[in-house]
Design a protein around this ligand. Structure first.
Ligand code: GDP
Ligand code: MG
Length: 470
């Protein structure tokens, strides 16, 4: 059991029907016992009485009130859910308080729990406890974030398959293969004088390739082919100030998210929104217009915009169709560098054909489209062009749910390298002692994938992606 008792709001902040406050840890029951009045309150003469929650059975729901007994004040009428260790998400005692969802109510309940010995949970700390208690493995914990973040049905399907443990089982199968192979090799080393080499049947090169190397490769290919289905395709909208970047963003997401004005330099912070195109989450970033400026805030915005260009899969390079290509457009073209991009000639409603904007002959422009963000024209074509960029990265057939995440894929890249070494070692009849070293390293990597062995900083990194209260 964990020593400290953690508390957090498990539902999103804001006003709503119900807000859930989750408490987990050794003192969870003690804490609610000192703040919970069970049952109805007499309307005219309410008698406030602490309830001994240690008597309540696991997995039961109770109606009552959260009360600050010290100040004799009732905070909210609530439902209390009790889930006793070890049959809970964290395997500790867990209590959920279902209160009304208003900022002040939730804040008051949280403060009361903190006053009675709770501590605010870190992001992902409930799931981290579920992992540390052995209830779920690491890839299942990571799938919890994926479920929360899933933007498409397919992404959700992959995440739920991971949480069921399908991915971990696939890894476990390969790990078992190595454990058996390792045992055979140990025996072969120990009894090398008495045993025929062929006794190590798992060491046949073809057998090894089918059961290990090809399986690793299939998983990594699956990542390369399909990860954008889950992780999204990042698109930056860039160009000079006032060309209509924010208007294009708003048209793409079909609502007014970015501020649009006729004043250049309005957008400073990068604004991100996701749209679904052809079942793929496309993460659009509207950024500051790139040009020469002395405004220090704008300069920071422009630096951020350039960083986003680097991080994106592709750029939408917006130019003003009514204007000639300027030295600033040329400098933006250079910043885009080798990234794939679509040239968008915006404000086409104001422009006469042929457009004034003529890109230099030296530019390599694979795709371009004329739009009017004002009159909403050209956007179906723009969406089609974007999807053309990732269609080859999308699986043709149904997506296999065994889709590793980036962390797992990078570990698997190393597994493939080692598996190829082992294959070669087996072919060249290298001493088993040498092969055993690589096998141990692979087992170690597989343990990192599932989280059987994992460093603290990796854990911190994984759980920092969570929201508070999960
Ligand atoms: N006529 C016309 N005006 C546009 C179009 N797109 C944007 N604008 C206007 O151009 C100005 C700058 O737009 P904005 O989206 O803020 O540009 P940004 O600085 O590149 O983000 C605003 O006044 C918009 O209303 C368009 O396609 N046609
Ligand atoms: Mg803007």
């Amino acid at each position: 059991m964990n020593s400290s008792t953690i508390v957090a709001m498990a539902t999103p902040a804001g006003n709503g029907g119900i807000g859930i406050i989750k408490i987990s840890g050794t003192d969870a029951i003690k804490i609610v016992s000192s703040i919970f009045h069970r049952g109805p309150l007499h309307k005219r003469f309410p008698v406030l009485k602490k309830n001994n929650c240690f008597q309540l059975k696991s997995h039961t729901i109770h109606h009552g009130y959260i009360v600050d007994f010290e100040n004799k004040s009732v905070i909210d009428e609530i439902l209390l859910l009790i889930m006793l260790a070890p049959n809970s998400y964290t395997r500790d005692d867990v209590v959920e308080i279902h209160a009304h969802c208003g900022q002040v109510v939730i804040q008051s309940v949280l403060e009361l729990v903190l006053k009675h010995g709770g501590r605010l949970a870190e992001p992902g700390e409930f799931t981290k406890r579920a992992f540390l208690s052995g209830r779920i493995d690491l890839s299942q914990a990571e799938a919890v974030v994926d479920i929360i973040n899933a933007k498409t049905k397919k992404a959700l399907e992959v995440a739920t398959s991971h949480i069921k443990g399908d991915f971990s089982s696939a890894i476990e199968l390969i790990r078992n293969f190595f454990l058996q192979m390792s045992a055979q090799i140990e025996a072969a080393i120990d009894f090398s004088d008495q045993m025929d080499e062929d006794i190590c049947d798992l060491c046949q090169v073809d057998y090894f390739r089918n059961n290990v190397t090809d399986k690793f490769k299939a998983l990594v290919n699956q990542y390369n082919d399909s990860h954008i289905v889950r992780d999204g395709f990042k698109v930056i909208i860039t160009g000079q100030p006032n060309v209509g970047k924010s208007s294009i963003m708003n048209r793409m997401i079909q609502r007014d998210r970015s501020i649009v004005t006729s004043f250049p330099g309005t957008t400073r912070d990068a604004i991100m929104e996701t749209v679904i195109i052809d079942d793929v989450p496309v993460i659009l970033t509207d950024s500051a217009g790139i040009h020469e400026t002395d405004d220090p805030v704008e300069i920071i915005g422009i630096e951020k915009a350039c960083e986003h260009i680097m991080e994106s899969h592709m750029a939408i390079f917006v130019v003003d169709a009514t204007k000639c290509c300027s030295s600033e457009d040329i400098s933006i073209y250079e910043k885009i560098g080798n990234k794939p991009f679509i040239m968008v000639l915006n404000k086409s409603d104001l422009a006469e054909k042929p457009f004034k904007f003529i890109p230099p002959l030296s530019w390599n422009i694979p795709k371009k489209v004329a739009t009017s963000a004002l009159y909403n024209t050209g956007f179906d074509q723009l969406r089609n062009l974007i999807s053309g960029f990732f269609s080859h990265e999308k699986p043709d057939g149904p997506l296999n749910n065994l889709l590793p995440n980036l962390r797992q894929k990078l570990l698997m890249d190393r597994c493939i390298e080692l598996a190829c070494f082992i294959e070669k070692g087996l072919l060249d009849k290298k001493p088993f002692e040498l092969i055993a070293i690589d096998i141990n390293e692979i087992i170690n990597l597989l343990d990192k994938i599932t989280g059987n062995v994992v460093e603290e900083d990796v854990l911190d990194q994984i759980f920092s992606r969570f929201c508070i209260g999960k």
